[in-house]
Design a protein around this ligand. Structure first.
Ligand code: GS8
Length: 218
C-alpha cells in the first residue's frame, strides 16, 4: 500500500496536527514540502489539492483532503486499532466529548492563541518584524479565561474529553509548542496546576517528542 502524503512545510502548525495523528497510530507517510516563501501554496498544482491555497493538503490514493482536523479524523479512523483509537469511536458518549473538545480547540482556544502565535512567533521569526505587544496582551487575557474553563474541566477528568487521551488533547499541541515560550502564556499555564500537568503529559508522549524534535527549536 502506497504511503499517504502530507503536503506542507515542517513549520506549519496545521500540518503538524496531521503528522501527530500519523505518528500516534504508527502509519507510514510521506512529507512533500510546499515552499510557501515562493508562493507554491498558491500554485495551480497545490490549489487542486487545497482550493483555499493553504497547507496542509493530504492524499491517500485518489482521495485528496484539506483542513487539518478533518484530515486528522480520517487518519485516526483509517489506522485505528484495538490499542489506539484517539476518537474513542467505540463509545457514543466518549466520541461526542472528543467532538466537543475538538470544537473548543478550534473555536475557543485557537481563536485566541492564534493571534499570539502570529505576533510573537511568526512576525519576528519569519518576517523580521516587531511584535504588536497590545495584541499579545489582549489575547493573553482572553486565553486566561479559556484556560480557566480548562482548569475546571481538567480538575474533574485527566484529559479534556474524559479519562482517556484523545485527538482533542493532541490537537492543541502544535501551536502551543511555540506559544508556551511566550512569557505571558508560560505564566498562564504555570498558574493552573491541572492545565500544567495536562500539558506536561502531552509533551511526554513518544509521538509528540518525535514530532517536536523535527520542529524549529525556538
Ligand atoms: C488552516 C490552515 C492554515 O491556516 C487547517 O488546515 O486546519 N483551518 C486550516 N494554514 C496556514 C499555515 S499554518 O498551518 C496557511 O496555509 N497559510 C497561508 C495562507 O493562508 O495563505
Amino acid at each position: 500500500m502506497a504511503a499517504v502524503k502530507v503536503f506542507a512545510p515542517v513549520m506549519s502548525t496545521a500540518a503538524t496536527r496531521v503528522v501527530l495523528c500519523l505518528e500516534e497510530v504508527g502509519a507510514e507517510y510521506e512529507r512533500v514540502h510546499v515552499d510557501m516563501a515562493t508562493g507554491e501554496h498558491k500554485s495551480p498544482a497545490h490549489l487542486a489539492r487545497n482550493p483555499f491555497g493553504q497547507v496542509p493538503a493530504f492524499q491517500d490514493g485518489d482521495l485528496v483532503l484539506f483542513e487539518s482536523r478533518a484530515i486528522g479524523r480520517y487518519v485516526l479512523r483509517k489506522f485505528k486499532s484495538s490499542d489506539v483509537d484517539l476518537l474513542h469511536g467505540s463509545s457514543l458518549e466518549g466520541s461526542a466529548m472528543v467532538d466537543v473538545w475538538l470544537e473548543v480547540e478550534a473555536h475557543q482556544y485557537d481563536k485566541v492563541i492564534g493571534p499570539i502565535f502570529y505576533q510573537a512567533v511568526i512576525i519576528p521569526r519569519f518576517y523580521g518584524g516587531t511584535t504588536d505587544e497590545k495584541v499579545v496582551e489582549e489575547n493573553s487575557e482572553k486565553l486566561g479565561k479559556v484556560l480557566d474553563v480548562y482548569e475546571a474541566r481538567l480538575s474533574q477528568t485527566k484529559y479534556l474529553a474524559g479519562d482517556f487521551f484523545s485527538f482533542a488533547d493532541l490537537s492543541h499541541y502544535p501551536v502551543t509548542h511555540f506559544v508556551i515560550k511566550v512569557p505571558q502564556v508560560a505564566a498562564l499555564f504555570a498558574a493552573r496546576p491541572h492545565v500544567k500537568a495536562w500539558w506536561e503529559s502531552l509533551e511526554s508522549r513518544p509521538a509528540v517528542k518525535k514530532v517536536a524534535a523535527q520542529l524549529p527549536q525556538f
